[in-house]
Design a protein around this ligand. Structure first.
Ligand SMILES: [Zn+2]
Length: 208
């Protein structure tokens, strides 16, 4: 007599983030996929969750390399997949520029004095040392910021994204009324005074 019995495999047993939360609940169920598995974890009810943190930086984006054209150590930039949206540029020009870009830059000097009114550094006034900053770009605009300031930007981007989505929801509501006027109604809408004048002239003509 033959039995189709799966060999007993040790289970992964991983818990999802937050499983320590008290109280009964499926959030505490362990992963029942075999140990060392690839892909997402899965509990006995078939609910899945991410196996690991996604890799956010490539090796090159995490590693400094000396750039002798600028004389600084810098990482490869991280770039948004979204490209620039400048109305003044062509589609091809915008496609060449990421909407957001950032990289680490380490210099062995920093200007001693604040940048002058004309945007130049004062000559000769530098402090030697090691200074880690980020170059952050939005479109064609580049700013040099401290890691702390870049973190503030990231926090602001998250908050702004939520408000932007709320704005998009409102725009969708308003856009439900969008329509295309025929030429005459377009004229009446955009030149109401002219339209009123013409209507008035017509009425006077009918009275005569
Ligand atoms: Zn697992």
């Amino acid at each position: 007599m033959q039995h189709n019995v799966q060999p007993a495999m040790p289970l992964c047993g991983a818990r999802r983030p937050g499983w320590e939360r008290p109280g009964p609940g499926r959030h505490r169920l362990p992963c029942v996929v075999s140990t060392g598995h690839a892909g997402a974890h899965r509990d006995a009810f078939g609910k899945t969750w991410q196996n690991e943190q996604p890799v956010l930086l490539t090796e090159a984006q995490a590693t400094l390399a000396y750039d002798n054209t600028v004389g600084v150590h810098r990482t490869a930039p991280i770039e948004s997949a979204m490209r620039d949206i400048d109305d003044c540029h062509t589609t091809a020009e915008n496609a060449a520029v990421p909407l957001f870009q950032a990289e680490i830059v380490v210099t062995d000097w920093k200007p001693q004095a604040p940048v002058q009114v004309d945007g130049r550094f004062q000559s000769g006034g530098t402090v030697d040392g090691q200074f880690t900053q980020l170059w952050f770009s939005y479109g064609a605009t580049i700013g040099t910021v401290t890691p702390g300031k870049a973190r503030e930007i990231a926090t602001e981007m998250r908050a702004f994204a939520a408000r932007l989505e709320a704005l998009c929801d409102r725009a969708d509501e308003i856009a439900a009324e969008d329509h295309e006027d025929d030429a005459g109604r377009f004229f009446a809408r955009h030149f109401p005074k002219v339209a009123a004048f013409l209507a008035n002239e017509r009425a006077r003509g009918e009275q005569q």
